[in-house]
Structure formats: C-alpha cells, structure tokens
Write a protein that binds this ligand. Structure first.
Ligand code: ADP
Ligand code: ASP
Ligand code: MG
Length: 830
C-alpha cells in the first residue's frame, strides 16, 4: 500500500487535477495498491480563514469570498466533468456553499469567531475538493470513492491543532480499509473531535493525514506530491539556485520543517518516523523526477550541511537583570509560565553570565508573552532585580541543518563569515546540543540576502560550477539541453558539479541570463526573447560577463561561428563543438586554435567531429601520448554511406536503396551531399591532423562514385533519374565484389601520410566485412596493435549520441578546471 497525498498546489486548477489523475492512473497501471489524500484547492483554506475574519467583524464581505470559492470549484467542475455529471456536482457544491454561508452568517450575527467554529469553517476546503476530484477520477475510469476523514481520524478538542487519539483512529482506519474495493480519496487536514465536533490538524495538516493513514496501514511509502522537486537546500522562492536533496533523515527533515520549510508539515513525520515508513516528496508537475526520500538510514551527501531554512517573522524577547545571576529556577519559571499559556518558544539562548535570557516566539504571541512574563516576575521587577522584557519585532530566523555538522569544526565559522562579509548583523544565536542545527536571528529586511549568502557559502562554493554559452539549439543542441537538465540533480548531488546555462542562441533569437536559464522552459524563453540573434554581440557579452569556468558550445555546422573561436579561446573560454568546419579548413587555422587554447589554459574539444559520441579522437591521443605510433587508419565514417552500402546487397537497385535511405531520413535533403564523400573527407582530414600530419583539404583524394550526369543534374528528382539510368554500373560493382566473396564499403584511409576516400570491396577477413545498419567503424593499426587493429564501432550519428559526446566533453572540462583543488569534504557516502 502506498499513500499518495496531493497538496493544494497540486489540486489548484482543472489542469493540475488532470495531471493528478494521470499520476494516480500510472500507479494503478503498475498494479500498486494506493490510497489518496487531498488538500483543499490551492488558496481555498486561506480564503476560508479570511471569510471567517470578515464575518466576525460583522462585514457581509464574507459573501464575496464564499462566492469566489464557489466559482473556483464551479469552474473546475465545468472544465473537468462531462455535461451530464456536471449538474450533480454543481448542485452538491451549491448545497455545501449554502451550509458554509449559514455558519458564517451565524458568526457575523454574534460577532465572535471561536476556534471551534474556525475549524468547522476551514474544513470546507477539503470537503469541497475531495468530491470534485473523486467525480473526475471516476469519469477517467479510476474506481475512486470520496471519503470524509472525519469518519477515520479522531482527536481531542484542541481546535486549530487537535491531538490525534491513535487507538481510536488506527482501529477506524484498519476497519474501513478491510472491506473496500475502490480507491479512497480522503480529505486531508480534518478530523472528528469529542462529540463529533469537526477539528483540524493544523495548517498544512494534510501531510499529517497521509502519515496517519500510512502508519495505521503500515504503508510501504507515503508520497507527498507538491509543486517543487522535493525538499530543497532552501526555499526555492527566495534562493534561486536552491536544489533538491535526494535524501534526508527524519531528524534533518524535522529540523528543516520546524524552521520554516513548509514543504513538509512537522508532525506528519512522527507517525512515519515511529514506524520507519519512508516519506517521499515529489513534484506533481515533474513526475519523472524521483524527489526527496525521508528515511531512517544515516545516509549523507558528503556535504557539511543538508539545508537551510528560515522563519520569516519572529519576535525576540530578552529578559535581563542582576537578579537572574546565580539564582536557580529563573528560566524554568519563565518557560513554564509561557508553556502554561500555550506559547511555544522557537529558540532560546542564554549567556553564560546568566545575566540575560533571550528567546524567539511567533509574533502573534508577543502581547501574551509580555503579560505572562510581567506577571511571573512581578516581584523581581518591582525590586529592580529583573528589567522589563525587551521586545523586538521585525526579526527572522535562519537555520542551517544537517547531521553531518556533528563534531565537524568550522561550520559556524563559515556561517558567520558568510553573514559578516555581507554586512549582516546577528541578534541571537542558538545551537541545539544535538548539533543538527545552528539558528541565527537577524533583521527581517536581511532575510533574503542572508539565505542567499549562506546558501552560496555552503552549497555553491563547495561545488564546481560550469557556465555554458550555447549557440545552436536544434536537434543536437536541444537534446543536449534535455540531457543536461535530466542529469543536473545527479551531477550536483554526487559530483558537486553545477551546470549553469547562461546564454542560448538560435538563428533568430538569443537569451542571456546571468543567474542561469531555467532549462524546463528554455524553448519558450528563447521564443519570447526580445534580443534578436547576433553572433558577435553574443560573444562580446559572454566575454564581458567574465564568469569563471565559461564554456562556449557550438552545436551548429556554421562556418561563420568558427571564425570566432580564436577570439573566444583568447578570452580564456573553452570551446566544445561537434562543428567540423573549424578543424577541416586551412591547416594554419587548425593549428592556431590548438595553440590559442594551450596559451590561455583552456580546452578546445571536438571529439564529436568524427563518429559522433564514439571515442575516436580521444583514443588517438591516448595512443599517441602513451608512445604508440599510428601506422594506418581505416574507417567507414559516414552513417549514411554505411547504411546505403550495407543495404545494397539484395535485389534492390542502387537508386532504390538511395531513395529508401532518403525516405527514412538517413541522408541529407540532397543525397549527393553524402555521396560526394566531402563529409568523410573532412573527417579523415581531421584524423590525419590529430595523428600529427600537416594536411590540407585538397590533399585528401576522394574517388568520386557518382557518374558526371548525376552530379550535374539540376534537381534532386533529375538526380534520381540519372542515378536510375546508371544502376547497371553499381550493379556490376556489386556483382564483381560478390563473385570474389567481398562486400562494398565506402572507406576513408590514412596511410603513409596519404588520405583517400573511396568505394572499396573488402573480404571476409576485413573488420568492415560484417558492418551493418548505419554504424561507423574505425580501425587503427599501430605499432602495438599491429596484427589485429584496434577497432571502434557503433552509431556514428544521431542527436542523442552526438549530444552525449558533447556533454561528456563539457564534464571533462570540470575535471580539468578543478584539478588540483582537493575535495576537503569528509567522504561519508553510504
Ligand atoms: P502543498 O500545497 O503541496 O502542501 P506547500 O505550499 O505547503 O505545498 O509547500 C510547498 C512549498 O514549500 C514550495 O512551493 C516552496 O515554496 C516551499 N518551501 C519552503 N522551503 C522549502 C524547501 N527547503 N524545499 C522545498 N520547498 C520549500
Ligand atoms: N488545506 C490545509 C491548509 O491549507 C491543509 C493542507 O493543505 O495541508 O493548510
Ligand atoms: Mg503543505
């Protein structure tokens, strides 16, 4: 059994509810047994609380709000349900809204809102959302049934945050689940108190509902679906480069949520914690992402801290006076008095001189606390032994959290130097003795700055960052961006490597964002960009930004761009590219780029120039550097020509094979651009240069396979006409080959300093004889690999493998840039 809880952010609109249905269906398809818990539609609980306040103030404006709530639900009903089912749901909605309005009317008459009535009013959010969801799921062929959690969860009458009676509750849940055949869609947040009063479990309490169900049913996992990729290092709304954490211990999660990370509701951890049921936080809008697991295994990421959280508004109260020094029991009296009035204390510090105690509380309790303290210490205050409490508003707390902090020196030093460097003053500091958390009180106006500075200090500077400037976002570039996006969390968590895409350009538009482009919607961002594409200004901007570890990635086959490489390398920016044109022009230009990269301590990498992602160029340089000598290179270096000749074996005429290759998308629009061998010539030229030969493009001998008439045909259609006329020529080449038990292959060869590209018949002993499909193959004969050559074979074209090749070169640059920087972190993976 899995419990899936969807938060208000996941059920906030018809569109998101559709998404939720898809997620549920995918679990059912897998055969999972599930129960669903849902919150109110996003924002509705807040609206209900506003309506209650207005009613209490005796303003009939609450009716505007109840109408707004009605509209939110009615809109979703209309968008989600078939016309027949709409009327029933709309009628139910109307009835429930009437009931709500009656209660609020009552409140407005007596001008008093009790905590009991407030809970009743707040319960309407979930009571409205769940029937709507269940109706829609049923329509989507999910056997769903709405369940009011007031028949399952029983509490005391501590309205606002009622305490669960587990023995009643667990029994009710297990009884109920024993004989159900449908998928229950359970209201989160609400419960039954004594005498069947409606209670709530505290704001954000749907998480708790899920945990209670999970614990009672001994679920395999409790999944909390929300609108972010799990628990992040800190609140992503405040710190842009917060990232999601793959794993947190229960204790860490508890600390994070106590200190403001509302992505999980603290009490919800307890039942899961007690029974060691893992909780997983997942993103409804990114269901492929694994999210964050919260469990009991002591697994750490090797980082000093796990996360950073904050409480935006607290009140700081200090109690000082000579009468406190050396007198036992002062703090115990203080905190007992506060506890008696249900005022919970968020943080406490006491100077060792015992001259003062300082603590933070929720601002809503400030007045009450002052009263309590004055009463408790009336006697001391009258005699001047204890001063009037000092109350400071406008404060926030930030806390760093992680079990790794235990016994690791230097962490607070890092925290305070990050704050100090940014001119942020701290009003109070507390470290729990468990050393899982250090909290600092600061001025609220510095909250965002503090979180950003501390996040930077602990997460960003520890990690390596690469700043990518990419030109060309077509098939290869687009795939590369997808791969980077898919891999980024892993790289960050496991390799502490952050890849920031700073700028993108296609032929029409360009975008530059120093904070990094959100790869989830780079397409839209580029489409909506206001800057039209301009290569020179793209490069100028990149150079002017002067970011550390910049890499220019050229995914085009554009010649003009390659003329900018020299300038880019000279600005100490590495270049990674599948574009062959820079390396297959004049030898002098090739050499210049190599030199420029070397002089400026950056990399110029182009493994994907030959054989896409296959390790051809790197293998060559490994052979060379290890003292081997390359005697001969032979290769089928064009996927297209490989495909054509591998398929030119049966009855089909040559022109038919070429046509078929074209129709299957294997050739350039004009197949002559492949058949003329020029692309292969560029590749063998690059390999020749890599092996140390000064070769010019015109030195490569290409034996043309196409008859003149084919080459000169004025259109593609006419070319095929001519090719058909020449089928006999190709047929006889093939028959000749077959008679001597050979096969035709379009081979590029480098031997004795000479490069040739030609159609060759190879026999059974040749490594290329058994080539199939559109694979590339390259055979190196070297001094060491003399009798049998070293052969590299595999797909040598395609967006996926080419992009992967570019990606791995980008990553290889991080190793280079950061070599020599020792990883100072404790290595306690596992
Ligand atoms: P739900 O409606 O799904 O229960 P909440 O709004 O209660 O969602 O919680 C999710 C929100 O918590 C996120 O949108 C995010 O803004 C906020 N949040 C605060 N701190 C963190 C954190 N450390 N990690 C993830 N989200 C956080
Ligand atoms: N609807 C409730 C709230 O907004 C409970 C929840 O969403 O978890 O607090
Ligand atoms: Mg929540």
């Amino acid at each position: 059994m899995k419990i899936l809880k969807f938060g208000g952010t996941s059920v906030g609109s018809a569109e998101s509810i559709r998404q939720v249905a898809k997620i549920i269906a995918s679990y059912l398809d897998q055969g999972d047994e599930i129960a669903v818990v849902s919150s109110a539609m996003g924002g509705v609980t807040n609206l209900l609380s506003q309506a209650s306040e207005l009613a209490e103030a005796n303003e009939d404006k609450y009716l505007n709000i109840t109408r707004q709530i009605e509209t939110i639900h009615a809109d979703s009903i209309r968008q989600l349900l078939d016309t027949q089912s709409q009327s029933k749901s709309l009628a139910n909605l109307k009835m429930t809204i009437n009931e709500l309005e009656e209660i609020l009317h009552g409140v407005s008459l007596i001008k008093e809102l009790s905590v009991r009535t407030l809970d009743l009013v707040l319960s309407f959010g979930e009571r409205l959302s769940v029937p709507l969801l269940a109706a829609y799921f049923q329509q989507e062929k999910i056997n769903a049934i709405p369940v009011d959690s007031r028949q399952l969860i029983f509490t005391n009458n501590d309205f606002g945050k009622a305490r669960v009676d587990y023995s009643l509750t667990d029994k009710a849940i297990t009884d109920y689940f024993q004989n159900i055949s449908s998928i229950p869609i359970v209201t989160g947040f609400i419960a039954s108190g004594e005498n069947n009063e409606t209670t709530t479990l505290g704001r954000g309490g749907s998480d708790f509902t899920a945990a209670i169900l999970g614990a009672a049913l001994n679920a395999e996992e409790i999944e909390l679906w929300t609108d972010v990729d799990g628990v992040m290092t800190t609140d992503p709304r405040i710190v842009k480069n917060a990232f999601s954490l793959p794993y947190l211990s229960y204790i860490e999660a508890m600390e994070m949520s106590h200190f403001g990370a509302r992505v999980i509701h603290p009490p919800s951890l307890q039942p899961a914690f007690n029974q060691k049921i893992p909780l997983r936080i997942r993103n409804t809008f990114n269901p492929a992402f694994p999210g964050t697991v919260i469990g009991s295994k002591p697994k750490t990421s090797g980082r000093l801290i796990k996360g950073l959280s904050s409480i935006k508004q607290v009140t700081l109260i200090s109690l000082t006076g000579s009468g406190m020094v050396g007198i036992p029991g002062v703090s115990s009296r203080l905190f007992s008095a506060l506890a008696a009035k249900d005022i919970s204390v968020i943080l406490i510090t006491q100077a060792s001189s015992e001259h003062s105690i300082c603590f933070a509380i929720d601002p809503a309790n400030a007045k009450g606390a002052k009263k309590v303290i004055k009463k408790e210490f009336e006697f001391e205050m009258e005699r001047g032994r204890i001063d009037e409490p000092l109350i400071e508003q406008g404060k926030s707390i930030i806390a760093i959290i992680g079990e790794n902090m235990r016994n690791t020196p230097g962490i607070s030093g890092k925290l305070f130097s990050a704050l100090g460097r940014n001119g942020i003053n701290t009003s109070a500091i507390a470290q729990g003795s468990s050393e899982v958390n250090i909290s600092v009180v600061i001025d609220e106006k510095n909250l965002s700055k503090s979180l950003n500075a501390v996040h930077q200090a602990f997460f960003i500077s520890e990690s390596k960052t690469l700043n990518i400037f990419m030109v060309g976002v077509g098939l290869i570039g687009g795939t590369l961006l997808e791969q980077i996006q898919a891999q980024s969390a892993y790289l960050l968590n496991e390799r502490l490597l952050e890849i920031n895409v700073i700028a993108l350009s296609n032929t029409k538009k360009m975008i530059v964002d120093e904070a990094g482009i959100d790869l989830k919607d780079w397409k839209e961002a580029l489409e909506n960009a206001t800057n039209s594409a301009n290569l020179n200004s793209f490069v100028d901007k990149m150079i002017a930004m002067n970011l550390p570890n910049s890499i220019f990635v050229d995914n085009t086959s554009n010649l003009e761009i390659t003329s900018l490489y020299q300038q880019i390398l000279a600005a100490s920016i590495s270049v990674v590219t599948p574009n062959k044109l820079a390396n297959s022009g004049k030898y002098r230009d090739y050499q210049l780029l190599q030199k420029e990269a070397f002089l400026h301590g950056v990399k110029f990498l182009y493994e994907t120039n030959v054989g896409a992602g296959l390790p051809v160029i790197n293998t060559m340089s490994d052979l060379k550097f290890s003292g081997d000598q390359i005697l001969k290179i032979e290769g089928v270096l064009s996927g297209t020509l490989s495909y054509i000749f591998n398929n030119f074996t049966g009855d089909a005429a040559f022109s038919e094979v070429v046509m078929e290759a074209k129709n299957s998308g294997f050739t350039e629009p004009d197949p002559r651009d492949d058949l003329n061998g020029m692309d292969v010539a560029r590749k063998i030229l690059i390999l020749a240069r890599e092996s140390g030969i000064e070769m010019e493009p015109e030195d490569v001998v290409v034996e043309n396979i196409l008859p003149k008439a084919c080459l000169e045909a004025a259109s593609i259609d006419l070319f095929f006409e001519e090719l058909t006329k020449n089928n006999d020529h190709f047929e006889s080449l093939k028959t000749q080959a077959e008679q001597s038990k050979k096969k035709l292959r379009f081979i590029a060869t480098l031997e004795d300093g000479k490069a040739t590209v030609k159609l060759t018949a190879v026999d059974q002993d040749h490594p290329f004889f058994s080539l199939s499909g559109s694979d590339n193959i390259i055979a190196f004969t070297t001094r060491r690999y003399y009798d049998r050559p070293l052969v590299i074979k595999g797909p040598g074209a395609g967006a996926e493998v080419t992009a992967a090749g570019v990606f791995s070169e980008i990553i290889s640059i991080s190793n280079y840039l950061y070599q020599g920087i020792k990883n100072i972190l404790p290595n306690n993976h596992g």
